[in-house]
Design a protein around this ligand. Structure first.
Ligand code: SF4
Length: 435
């Protein structure tokens, strides 16, 4: 697979874009994880990967979106981003995830990217504002990869994203990027309405034929003011997604990202491991994008490094969620999230002011942690990359996970694929071995 992938990327992406990716993200990204590991040894936490929502506005209205897209516009402006990135750079960070709302609705996005040629940016976008002119500028900058979200073909896209002609407008933005040889990815949050359409080898082949360089399959998180929990995946489907990714990584000449499993297929939470935290458009520092509570803000004169390093709220979230689960604490233990928020007197960071009510309305549900269903990486490149640069960094070392209780929870959910419940019970011993 790898020679075909390398040949395809070298043939279709601009050389300077590839150089910036290899150096700013590849080499310097590895060094930033090394510095992160060194900090952990000293008991200090500051994530090597910051995810920053620079604007809340968006032109779409997606089901399951937790962002206040209709509220008054909030942005982190160029000066604010320069201060934030400048401080993070001093501590070795070079990679930044840029989110929204829709980041291309931020009037200074291209200036922010241009101001930091020594960094690398992944912009999570619906692609609809990427005109030919914008694509040409992204190529010129070279230090950015647009990750364009596609949530289904025409019908599913329109339904899921609450507008019309979503698929065709997004594909136009995608084509502009690929025509101008920008390193480009496609993201999908897999749910009931698109799993059969987009979690297929034929869809991957279609993306390869278009010239797409990588994909990221997230799994739908039923959170926010319009949770649409009926869209969420069942455990059997979560295993199907994991199996598909591991199989296709070894077969298809397209790179595939995931953020929820280590090289041995053990579940993890990027927030619990401390590898990433989130900053919202008002500068609030949140444990992760869907935990919309904070006690700190980037406007703190101490700067983002010290503010995050010394945050008792973030530390408690990392440690207590790791103790509770290897999966998603928001989905599995909304009660614990509420407890932590109240303990720290954290404020609701939404404009709608209903984050606590939404949390209280959530039913505990399963997430990526399904003991006994661990699927190790099949391809050596992903095994190595995860072992050295994307593991759990020891976050679960002192976490006595209650596997039998987990198995009980799985069993109680009648709609489960029976096989999984038994595997969970059986893995009680396996886990011990793994641990
Ligand atoms: S808490 Fe859940 S949504 Fe947040 S980073 Fe962890 S797994 Fe992801």
């Amino acid at each position: 697979m790898l020679p075909r992938l390398a040949y395809r990327v070298l043939k279709t992406a601009d050389k300077r874009c590839l150089w910036k990716f290899a150096w700013n993200f590849g080499v310097k990204g590895m060094l930033s994880v090394k510095r992160f590991k060194r900090r952990i040894k000293q008991g200090e936490y500051f994530p090597p990967f910051l995810y920053i929502s620079i604007v809340n506005s968006c032109n779409l209205r997606c089901q399951g979106c937790w962002v206040d897209v209709e509220a008054t516009r909030n942005v982190i402006d160029l000066d604010g981003m320069n201060r934030l990135i400048g401080d993070a750079k001093k501590h070795g960070n070079t990679f930044f995830g840029i989110l929204g709302g829709e980041p291309f609705m931020h009037p200074q996005l291209l200036e922010i990217l241009a101001a930091h040629p020594d960094c690398y940016f992944q912009v999570f976008t619906n692609g609809q504002f990427i005109t030919e002119k914008v694509a040409i500028e992204l190529r010129r900058l070279g230090n950015v990869t647009p990750l364009i979200s596609i949530e289904g073909r025409k019908t599913a896209s329109d339904e899921r994203r609450g507008k019309t002609n979503v698929f065709s407008k997004t594909m136009r933005g995608l084509e502009n990027c690929l025509r101008h040889r920008v390193l480009t990815g496609v993201a999908t949050s897999v749910c009931q309405s698109n799993i059969d359409e987009l979690l297929t080898e034929s869809w991957l082949q279609e993306l390869i034929d278009h010239g797409v360089h990588y994909v990221w399959y997230h799994t739908y998180r039923p959170v926010g003011p319009k949770m649409n929990s009926e869209l969420a995946l069942r455990p059997g489907q979560l295993v199907r997604v994991r199996k598909f990714i591991v199989e296709m990584r070894a077969k298809m000449p397209i790179a595939m990202i995931d953020a929820y499993y280590d090289d041995r297929g053990q579940a993890l939470c990027p927030m619990s491991t401390g590898i990433s935290h989130h900053i919202n458009p008002r500068g609030d520092i949140e444990p992760c994008p869907i935990i919309q509570f904070a006690t700190e803000n980037i406007r703190d004169p101490r700067g983002v490094f010290t503010t995050m390093r010394d945050s008792a709220f973030l530390r408690d979230f990392r440690e207590l969620s790791a103790k509770a689960t290897r999966g998603c604490v928001v989905l599995e233990r909304p009660d614990l999230v509420k407890e932590l928020v109240l303990k720290h007197g954290a404020r609701d960071t939404t404009s709608r002011g209903t984050a606590m009510a939404e949390l209280e309305a959530m039913e505990p549900r399963f997430s990526q942690w399904l003991p006994g269903e661990e699927i190790p990486e099949k391809h050596w490149m992903y095994r190595l990359a995860k072992r050295f640069w994307f593991s759990d960094f020891g976050a679960y070392r002192n976490a006595p996970h209650d596997v039998p209780a987990k198995a009980e929870m799985l069993k109680s959910r009648l709609d489960l694929d029976s096989g999984i419940a038994n595997n969970a019970a059986r893995s009680q011993h396996g886990m011990k071995q793994i641990a």
